[in-house]
Design a protein around this ligand. Structure first.
Ligand SMILES: NC(=O)c1ccc[n+]([C@@H]2O[C@H](COP(=O)([O-])OP(=O)(O)OC[C@H]3O[C@@H](n4cnc5c(N)ncnc54)[C@H](O)[C@@H]3O)[C@@H](O)[C@H]2O)c1
Ligand SMILES: [Zn+2]
Ligand SMILES: [Zn+2]
Length: 370
């Protein structure tokens, strides 16, 4: 079938919206009509050429939500009509990692996905008969996408796809880090560095877990205001030496749980230092620049702090994302304030500009409602 899609033709250049061809789903694959897709930093990171594993041409986009329209042979996990959120991090449930229950890093299709192919090693995307690669196993800056069934989270159809598409990446990363990766305890003190979509997700998660104090740190007053709306009890403007401020607020000890959501190694270091001696856990979520290293003074570890990280916040997509959608529908997870702009696919490059200007939290591309 012929579809409209936003193609990365050349690094550092705007995406080009055009017609491309998409094949039918093969065994274990599913055709999804994409209804909405958030614009995330990872799309821009790859488009800019900074991502060493990037390639062109490809169809970008990975914060998708849509409806299943066709399934390939042997598909059992979803049926036509199901509402789904696309997962760049699949969950096969059968590989040694999935069975361990200790990690969300599923091994089933890793290699092929990283190279831009579906699990059988071929793409479904093409143009003028030439194969074209997929991106993050999702390629959701497109009217339709073909994905493996293990990379789709089936969700309650009552949820607005325009909003819950944010759970395909940014929001879930922060939420899952607080809810499942760290299991923040009621009554604890948390500090979140960076209040973009990922950090705000962590603030929401800490508040939902019943943290007594949630200290939000950011350079932007606007974002700190959003953090207060998401449940932050205290805010710190980042240029005020946040580690000292957090130590002052906690009788010199530091926070029980800290989360980093900036991608800056300097801030990752602050998040380690602001974690409490004895048992403080620092969870690193940001993606640092190529070749950058996080330096930690070993004394911080010897004195009992733990440092961990998590792709997608450690979320097991098919298990956890539907639970977050249910929390949203129950009114316990307010994601609505984070949809800042609704764009058409043709405006995708505006989404990048808005992100670079830090205008709003998430721009969401909304496709034709038909
Ligand atoms: N772990 C994952 O799977 C995963 C998933 C999505 C995004 N990410 C990464 O998470 C990070 C955050 O993503 P986002 O979409 O929320 O980005 P964002 O740019 O919207 O948010 C980053 C925030 O950090 C703030 N900031 C900048 N300098 C700061 C400082 N010195 N101290 C405190 N705050 C500071 C900015 O003002 C901004 O509000 C990025 O590095 C992104 O690549 C990781
Ligand atoms: Zn993302
Ligand atoms: Zn697996």
């Amino acid at each position: 079938m012929r579809i409209r899609a936003a193609v990365l033709e050349e690094f550092g250049q705007p995406l080009v919206v055009q017609d491309v061809d998409l094949g039918h789903p093969k065994a274990g694959e599913v055709l999804v009509k994409v209804h909405a897709c958030g614009v995330c930093h990872t799309d821009l990171y790859t488009a800019s050429g900074a991502d060493p594993s990037g390639y062109t041409p490809c169809v970008l986009g990975h914060e998708g939500a849509g409806v299943v329209t066709e399934v390939g042979a042997g598909v059992t996990l979803v049926r036509p009509g199901d509402h789904v959120i696309t997962l760049f991090s699949p969950e096969c449930g059968e590989c040694i990692h999935c069975r361990s229950g200790k990690t969300n890093i599923c091994l089933a299709i890793r290699e092929q996905q990283g190279q831009g192919y579906l699990p059988d090693g071929t793409p479904r995307l093409s143009r003028h008969g030439e194969p074209m690669r997929h991106f993050m196993g999702t390629s959701t800056f497109a009217e339709y996408t073909v994905m493996p069934e293990i990379a789709l989270a089936k969700i309650d159809p009552a949820a607005s796809l325009e909003t819950v598409c944010m759970l395909a990446c940014g929001a879930t990363t922060g939420l899952a880090a607080a809810l499942w990766k760290t299991e923040v305890e009621a009554g604890s003190t948390c500090a979140v560095f960076g209040c973009g979509m990922v950090g705000l997700g962590a603030v929401l998660g800490c508040a939902m877990q019943g943290a007594e104090r949630v200290i939000a740190v950011d350079l932007s007053e606007t974002r700190l205001e959003l953090a207060r709306g998401a449940g932050a009890t205290d805010t710190i403007v980042a240029d005020q030496d946040p580690v000292d401020r957090i130590l002052e607020m906690t009788d010199g000890f530091g926070a029980d749980y800290t989360f980093e959501a900036t991608g800056l190694v300097k801030v990752m270091g602050q998040a380690v230092e602001a974690a409490r001696m004895g048992w403080g856990t620092c969870t690193v979520l940001g993606v640092a620049g190529k070749g950058e290293a996080l330096e930690i003074i070993p004394r911080f570890l010897i004195t009992g702090r733990k440092v961990q990280g998590g792709s997608f916040g450690g979320a097991r997509g098919r298990t956890h994302v539907p639970q977050l959608v249910d929390l949203y529908l129950q009114g316990k997870l307010d994601l609505d304030p984070f949809v800042s702009h609704r764009l058409t696919l043709d405006q995708v490059n505006e989404g990048f500009e808005l992100m670079e200007a830090q205008d709003g939290i998430r721009s969401v591309i909304v496709f034709d409602a038909t």
